[in-house]
Design a protein around this ligand. Structure first.
Ligand code: CP
Length: 314
C-alpha cells in the first residue's frame, strides 16, 4: 500500500480484515523493522478519536508519532496553484508538504469539507495537494468527501457482530443543529457495499448522497420501512449534497429511538461519534446493550494500525 486515501487503495478487503483481526488479537507484537519509522498526524480540524487512536496505533507498532495542529501552531497554508500570497497564507502547500515529507515516513492529514463550494470539496484539493507534493505516503484522517479509517473500523465492528453472511445494514440520516460534511456517510456506503452486506440508505428528500457514493445501495425515504428487519442501524447526519452544504430540515422525527429500533431484527446501533444525544439518537438507544458506539471507536486503533503497518512494511 503506497498511501491510504480511500477504499480504492485496498486491493483485497477480506485479507485486510484478516490482518486487522490478527492485530486486534495481538496488538503489541514486536515489529523491530518499524522501530525507527515515524508518522506525522496533521490536523487542520478538531478530533478526539482520530487523534488518539492514530497515536495509539503508531505506538503499538513501536513507531515514533508526532501530532501537529496546523490551525493552532502552524503557518496558514495556501493550496491554490499560482496564488499571489499577499493575504493571510504564509506558506504554500508545495513547500509545506515537501518539507514535512522529509521528516517522516508517513504523513496523515485531517482536512474537512468547507461546505461552501461543492466542486472544490469534491475535488479533494487539500488531500490531493498533500499527495502530490509530499514525497512519502499520505493517509486520510478524514477529508472533504471520505473518512476511510472510520469506515474500516465500522466494517470490523459489523464483522464481529454479524449473525448472517450478508446482514441488512441501514444508514439513516438523523437531525443535527449544524451543517456537517457527507464524508462519513460516503465512506460507510462504499465500505459496506465492498463488504457485500445489504445496504439501505434512508434520508429525507434532498439529502441523497452523490451517485458515486450511493452505488448499488437501496435508497429509501421512509425511515420506519427502512428499519424493518435491519441487523445494523448506522445513524449519521449529513448536509445536502444537491443543495450543497445546506440544512434542508431538522425534523426531530428522524431521531433514532426505541420505538424505531423495535421494528428491527434486534439491530445493533452504530454511530461514528461524536454524537448529539437526544437529537441524533435517544439516550435509551445509545445506552442500550445493543449500542456498539464505544467498540466502533475502539476499533479505530485497529483500523489505523493495520493501515500504518501495511504502508510501513512495503
Ligand atoms: N469519528 C471520528 O472521526 O471522531 P473524531 O472527529 O473525534 O476524530
Amino acid at each position: 500500500m503506497n498511501g491510504f486515501f480511500s477504499i480504492d487503495d485496498v486491493d483485497d478487503l477480506p485479507n485486510l480484515i484478516k490482518m486487522a483481526k490478527d492485530i486486534k488479537k495481538n496488538p503489541y507484537k514486536q515489529h523491530k523493522e518499524l522501530q525507527n519509522k515515524s508518522i506525522c498526524l496533521l490536523f487542520l480540524n478538531p478530533s478526539l478519536r482520530t487523534r488518539l487512536s492514530s497515536q495509539r496505533a503508531a505506538q503499538n507498532l513501536g513507531v515514533h508519532v508526532t501530532v501537529f495542529d496546523v490551525s493552532a501552531g502552524g503557518w496558514q497554508i495556501e493550496f491554490e496553484d499560482g496564488a499571489v500570497m499577499n493575504g493571510n497564507s504564509a506558506e504554500h502547500i508545495k513547500e509545506a508538504a515537501a518539507v514535512i515529507g522529509t521528516y517522516f515516513d508517513i504523513v496523515a492529514v485531517r482536512a474537512f469539507a468547507q461546505l461552501q463550494d461543492r466542486c472544490l470539496d469534491y475535488s479533494e484539493q487539500v488531500l490531493n495537494q498533500f499527495i502530490k507534493h509530499c514525497p512519502v505516503p499520505v493517509v486520510n484522517l478524514e477529508s472533504s468527501t471520505r473518512h476511510p479509517l472510520q469506515a474500516f473500523a465500522d466494517v470490523l465492528t459489523i464483522e464481529s457482530h454479524k449473525k448472517v453472511e450478508k446482514p441488512k445494514v441501514v444508514l439513516t440520516w438523523a437531525p443535527h443543529p449544524k451543517a456537517l460534511p457527507q464524508a462519513v456517510a460516503n465512506s460507510f456506503s462504499l465500505w459496506v457495499q465492498k463488504s457485500d452486506y445489504q445496504l439501505t440508505i434512508v434520508q429525507p428528500k434532498g439529502y441523497e448522497l452523490a451517485p458515486e457514493f450511493v452505488g448499488n445501495a437501496k435508497v429509501e425515504y421512509d425511515q420506519l420501512k427502512a428499519f424493518e428487519c435491519a441487523d445494523f442501524i448506522y445513524a449519521k447526519n449529513w448536509s445536502s449534497y444537491s443543495d450543497y452544504g445546506k440544512i434542508l430540515t431538522n425534523d426531530r422525527n428522524w431521531m433514532v429511538d426505541v420505538a424505531k429500533m423495535q421494528r428491527t431484527n434486534e439491530a445493533k446501533f452504530m454511530h461514528c461519534l461524536p454524537v448529539r444525544r437526544n437529537v441524533v439518537v435517544s439516550d435509551d438507544v445509545i445506552d442500550s446493550a445493543n449500542s456498539l458506539v464505544v467498540e466502533e471507536a475502539s476499533n479505530r486503533i485497529v483500523s489505523a494500525q493495520t493501515i500504518f503497518k501495511n504502508i510501513l512494511e512495503q
